[in-house]
Design a protein around this ligand. Structure first.
Ligand code: URA
Length: 439
């Protein structure tokens, strides 16, 4: 394709693509007429040269236009969603969606599956027997009208250009590029027909973009891009140098999310749900300001209304509501090993990705596309960052299936959960970025 060759050459030398060139390129990616090798070359040129503001807006618009979108106009509630760049033990969407729905919003939450060391919201929810995240585009609106909350996977009709480009990026070393990440995430969120979006951009060793500066740049780029395309957005830069909550592994994370929805559970999970939910309510006018929004979210966790919202969604999507009621519990792997402290000291976390990988070793994640996930395995942290422990104190409980992957998992945990004389514990939420919709 001569046009694509021209686009590659322009980008290679740091020039800018016209809106027409961007549209033609993204269209050719979606309809299959562009060959992989030319798209891959262009993606690599974008990794090195970036996209300027106008190119990025045109690229994102073209991605959105490559498929269908939800049409939620006229719904009796404001529509708002959240996206997280993902991390270890990050189950915040599971209590957050119902809490925000219980406070009067419609939450059309389209989520992803586990990627590398991070677990996916869809995989976690599918630990609930019967729960289906396979929701057809036509069923979204009626489901939202009924329950106010849908947890679903990407459908084939939504942003097909991203499906093609993401698959290529995955195998050509071109995932980590701020314009490509921003356009990929926001095109899918724009297709949800939202009134507002909150972005949870993680930093730290368990994050997709570990560096503070890179994460800030991603957060700024996304809120500005969303605003320029007519979507009000706020980004919160949050700490993923320690796991969120205590549980890592699908069923364990569902149980911990249910604890949060019963007004209990780990303080950091509740803090994040409240912070993100407060922003979501304030941005769509369901709270006077973020502080009032946080208070409303916390009330919904304490008074049972958020739990009831999850129950309605689980029931509507074929899941067993007895899990939400606590009348039945999810299967836990039958055997347990405990990693204990071999010296006194304060608990610190090394490379957090090792915790995620340990769960994958145990069978609780995919090594290859299509691998089955064992929802019943995982880790429960018995300690938190900065906590003083003595020799022999339990640090991590490992739920495993007949020793599968246990030795490797233990090795990883020994390197990732360490004891030191001094530990600095940073805040959970370190910065906020906002932009108004300008269109
Ligand atoms: N998640 C996405 O959906 N797209 C990216 O490019 C990165 C993370």
């Amino acid at each position: 394709m001569a046009d694509l060759l021209e686009a590659i050459t322009i980008k290679r030398y740091g020039g800018s693509l016209s809106p027409a060139q961007v549209e033609a390129t993204v269209r050719a990616a979606a309809d299959g007429s562009a060959p992989d090798y030319q798209l891959a070359a262009l993606l690599m040129a974008i990794v090195w040269r970036g996209l300027d503001r106008d190119e990025l807006a045109a690229w994102t618009r073209a991605m959105l236009a490559s498929g269908e979108s939800l049409d939620l106009a006229g719904l009796d509630r404001p529509r708002v969603d959240k996206h997280s760049t993902g991390g270890v033990g990050d189950k915040a969407s599971i209590p957050l969606g119902p809490a925000v729905a219980a406070c009067g919003a419609a939450v059309p939450m389209i989520s992803g599956r586990g990627l590398g060391h991070t677990g996916g919201t869809l995989d976690k929810l599918e630990a609930i027997p019967g729960f289906s995240t396979d929701v057809a585009l036509a069923d979204f609106r009626p489901l939202l009208e009924r329950t106010g909350l849908v947890f679903a996977g990407q459908t084939p009709e939504l942003v097909p250009a991203d499906k093609r480009l993401y698959a290529l990026r995955d195998v050509t070393g071109t995932v980590e590029a701020i314009p490509l990440i921003s356009s990929s995430i926001l095109s899918k969120k724009l297709a949800e027909d939202l009134d507002g979006l909150v972005l949870d951009v993680k930093f730290g060793s368990g994050a997709f973009m570990p560096g503070i500066e890179q994460g800030e740049q991603l957060a700024r780029t996304m809120v500005e891009l969303a605003g320029s395309l007519g979507l009000r957005a706020v980004a919160i830069h949050t700490n993923m140098s320690r796991p969120l909550g205590r549980a890592i592994g699908h069923s364990l994370e569902i149980e911990e999310s249910l604890d949060c929805l019963r007004g209990a559970g780990p303080a950091d999970l509740r803090e994040l749900v409240s912070a993100l939910g407060g922003e979501m309510l304030a941005m769509v006018g369901l709270a006077d300001d973020v502080t009032a929004g946080c208070a409303r979210i916390e009330r919904s966790l304490d008074d049972g209304s958020a739990l009831a919202a999850l129950r309605a969604t689980v029931e509507a999507q074929g899941g067993d509501p007895a899990i939400v009621d606590g009348a039945r519990t999810l299967e836990a792997a039958p055997r347990e090993e405990v990693l204990c402290a071999d010296r006194p000291g304060k608990v610190a976390f090394g490379d957090l990705r090792e915790l995620g990988r340990a769960v994958v070793d145990l069978g609780g994640g995919r090594k290859q596309l299509g691998d089955a996930i064992d929802s019943a395995v995982g880790l429960v942290l018995e300690v938190e960052e900065g906590q003083q422990v003595e020799v022999g104190a339990p640090l991590v409980r490992i739920r495993h299936r007949a020793g599968k992957g246990l030795e490797r998992a233990l090795e990883r945990l020994r390197s990732a959960v360490v004891l030191q004389d001094e530990v600095e514990r940073g805040p959970l939420c370190r910065a906020r970025f906002a932009a108004e919709a300008t269109r």
